[in-house]
Design a protein around this ligand. Structure first.
Ligand code: ZN
Ligand code: MN
Length: 482
């Protein structure tokens, strides 16, 4: 029998804010030692009173807007009660029946096919503390306790590991464009869970849902869903029944493992958080958040393709990351209008990307500014330097932070475009390589490449290639007549 998987995704994303969700402690998980960013609120002391972080609310609403959601006019926080060592209060402040955002969708290409995945809700809650296990002890760090967290839940619209991968990739790209989360899965800033059930193809009844937690990378998402699909099909084929359970993804053994029987919403005893006022999002607030919406990745890719006449694949690469797109457009804006935007794209995508990846540098810390790259391309277009030299100069700009003109001047790299000087070198080369010259004259035209190479060598790569080729042709023609 053929089976089909039905999958829903839940993503938790830590929100980039100065302070935590309900207290003034810094939201900063990198710089500080454990348990240094704490106060009675985020330590869960009885009687400590929370206040709502406006920036986190706005980031969640902005995300909901980008995901085509309806934004609640009236919303509130709820207590989700459960016991776990990383949750000192015994409850998490979350949102239950009135999420900030609901009923949206996200359009994604999966293997070139357009797909629309429903977004059931986006709500706001607080992160738990972090448990660190090892050496026979478990330690707890409250720096993460109370960090603003948004939970983004899809409808059960996905059907394959590829769907899940494409959805997460697009979602993370949007979160980064909005600047609301780093989306870094390896740091736990974006965490994902998948609900998966299988049913015979064509059946309208869904199978029993199994939840997979602890999926910590894009690769694991694919593997975990594929594994769980196979497992469930096997159980059904053997005449067994699936239990509604929570499984964990075991990254070392590449399998899902049983964690606990799944609780339902009623087990959490949700009730409205009595220490926080409900929120009303009025027209004015709504509009001011809407006004902050940046151009989103798909729209930007389409515009960049159109406006600069780029190859689609290049526009996609350039707009994958908002900062790269900004960098590219800055170069185009300041550079000589004689330089084609596609040429700028080639330099960014090939040479600059190579230098960034070789040195493991993010574009935000790129030592070559857009204006500096524009200057280099200007020298190339003005034929002050040739392409080979330009690559060399860019490497040095990247290393030293110096300007292109400064490097060209200091190292005497200016292109030789003096026809008389080049003719002297050409004649020398023809003298030194009479064999190849004979071959050329006998009709072996590909020898030209070799001769040009010899001239470039003698000029230490600085000769104007087009001019050299012209002069060589002319000199060889003269020999032919002689
Ligand atoms: Zn605190
Ligand atoms: Mn949650």
């Amino acid at each position: 029998m053929e089976y089909i998987a039905t999958i829903g995704m839940e993503v938790h994303a830590e929100i980039l804010t100065q302070t935590k969700m309900f207290c003034p402690c810094p939201n900063d998980l990198t710089a500080a030692g454990p348990n240094t960013h704490t106060c009675p609120v985020c330590l869960g002391m009885p009687g400590a009173l929370p206040t709502i972080n406006r920036t986190a609310v706005e980031a969640t609403i902005l995300t909901g807007m980008a995901l085509n959601c309806s934004i609640a006019e009236f919303t509130k926080f709820d207590r989700k009660n459960y016991f776990y060592p990383d949750l000192a209060k015994g409850y998490q402040v979350s949102q239950y029946d009135l999420p900030l955002c609901s009923n949206g969708h996200l359009d994604v290409l999966v293997d070139g096919e357009p797909r629309r995945f429903g977004i059931r809700r986006v709500h706001l809650e607080e992160d738990t503390a972090r448990l660190v296990h090892g050496n026979g002890v478990s330690l707890i760090d409250f720096n993460r306790s109370g960090v603003p967290l948004m939970e983004i839940v899809t409808e059960a619209d996905l059907h394959s590991p590829e769907d899940a991968h494409a959805y997460l990739t697009k979602l993370r790209q949007i979160l980064r464009y909005l600047g609301v989360s780093t989306g870094n899965m390896d740091e736990g800033a974006m965490r994902c869970e998948a609900n998966i059930s299988v049913s015979p193809k064509g059946s309208s009844v869904l199978g029993t849902r199994v939840e997979i937690k602890n999926i910590n990378s894009f690769r694991s998402v694919r593997q975990a869903i594929a594994y769980e699909f196979e497992r469930q099909v096997r159980v059904l084929e053997e005449g067994g029944r699936l239990q509604q359970v929570t499984m964990g993804w075991d990254e070392n053994n590449l399998r899902t493992v049983f964690q606990r029987s799944k609780e339902g919403a009623e087990d959490y005893r949700y009730f409205p958080e009595p220490d926080l006022p409900p929120l009303t999002i009025d027209e004015h607030w709504f509009k001011s958040i809407q006004g902050r919406m940046p151009e989103l990745p798909d729209a930007r890719c389409a515009r960049v393709t159109e406006q600069y006449g780029l190859r689609t694949a290049d526009a996609e690469l350039l707009t994958q990351d908002r900062l790269v797109a900004d960098y590219y457009e800055d170069v185009v804006r300041v550079c000589d209008k004689k330089i084609a935007p596609q040429t700028v794209a080639n330099w960014v995508l090939v040479e600059l990307f190579r230098l960034l990846s070789e040195t493991n540098t993010e574009i935000a810390r790129c030592p070559v500014s857009p204006a500096a790259l524009a200057e280099l391309l200007g020298l190339l277009t003005a034929e002050t330097i040739n392409g080979t030299t330009a690559k060399e100069v860019l490497s040095e700009m990247f290393r030293s932070g110096k300007g292109a003109a400064e490097i060209v001047e200091a190292r005497g790299l200016s292109q030789i475009s003096d026809a008389d000087a080049l003719r002297t070198v050409v004649l020398q080369v023809l003298e030194q390589h009479s064999g190849p010259v004979q071959q050329y004259l006998a009709g072996k035209s590909q020898v030209m490449g070799f001769l040009v190479g010899q001239v470039m060598r003698q000029t230490r790569g600085k000769a104007n290639v087009a001019l050299v080729t012209d002069i060589l042709r002319q000199a060889l023609a003269e020999r032919n007549q002689a």
